[in-house]
Design a protein around this ligand. Sequence first.
Ligand SMILES: *[C@@H]1O[C@H](CO)[C@@H](O)[C@H](O)[C@H]1NC(C)=O
Ligand SMILES: *[C@@H]1O[C@H](CO)[C@@H](O)[C@H](O)[C@H]1NC(C)=O
Ligand SMILES: *[C@@H]1O[C@H](CO)[C@@H](O)[C@H](O)[C@H]1NC(C)=O
Ligand SMILES: *[C@@H]1O[C@H](CO)[C@@H](O)[C@H](O)[C@H]1NC(C)=O
Ligand SMILES: *[C@@H]1O[C@H](CO)[C@@H](O)[C@H](O)[C@H]1NC(C)=O
Length: 179
Amino acid sequence: MALPWALAVLSLLPLLDAQSPACPNFSVPITNASLDQISGKWFYIASASRLPGYKEKASKIHASFFYFTPNHTEETILFREYMTMGDQCLYNCSRLKVQRENGTLSTSENDREYYEHLLLPKDPKTFMLASFPEDKQYMGLSFFAEKPEGTREQKEKFYDYLTGMGMDKSEVIYSDEKK
Ligand SMILES: *[C@@H]1O[C@H](CO)[C@@H](O)[C@H](O)[C@H]1NC(C)=O
Ligand SMILES: *[C@@H]1O[C@H](CO)[C@@H](O)[C@H](O)[C@H]1NC(C)=O
Ligand SMILES: *[C@@H]1O[C@H](CO)[C@@H](O)[C@H](O)[C@H]1NC(C)=O
Ligand SMILES: *[C@@H]1O[C@H](CO)[C@@H](O)[C@H](O)[C@H]1NC(C)=O
Ligand SMILES: *[C@@H]1O[C@H](CO)[C@@H](O)[C@H](O)[C@H]1NC(C)=O
């Protein structure tokens, strides 16, 4: 009797999807306009991720801001990051690759590419990056804004996307600008 039950559940899935308009579209292609939109200075506000060890790492970040400098012809983004961890101030500079067609940015670490889906809410003063959105075990979502503290509306959008992905507000780790 398990099979008919499973089929009935599967047939409900598209319905459930249609009922969650908050769930972001992870495969919106990246255009020159979206690259222009994310060009400039951004503050890291909050994130949630189920990657092992992530919580420990993220809770050490008190503050972080960075500059994105996209290169439209090279399909890369120069990423210059300033981060306060404990009482240390760290600077890091790297290059992200842009995969326009599937809407992702990637970094290479230890010969592996890590993909983040770029999510652009209507408000151009904020953006998000989603990792492994299809994998409940490893999924993550990070939230950035033009000002060190996101507005209430921007945070609501972040929570919407987070719950749309199947994560919970209690999983969120916030940066702490005041320290
Ligand atoms: C997501 O965006 C792509 C590109 O704009 C579009 O083709 C696709 O239909 C969208 N998917 C959903 C579920 O809205
Ligand atoms: C994007 O910008 C690059 C560099 O300015 C240009 O060569 C390319 O044609 C643009 N692409 C589109 C779709 O406008
Ligand atoms: C983009 O990259 C190309 C190729 O490396 C380089 O020639 C060009 O000057 C860069 N453009 C900008 C705006 O940095
Ligand atoms: C700097 O960036 C590199 C490449 O992304 C990364 O391997 C390294 O851990 C970063 N360092 C810090 C202090 O975040
Ligand atoms: C995005 O596209 C690149 C190149 O086309 C591919 O290697 C990569 O696996 C894709 N990533 C995702 C998350 O779909």
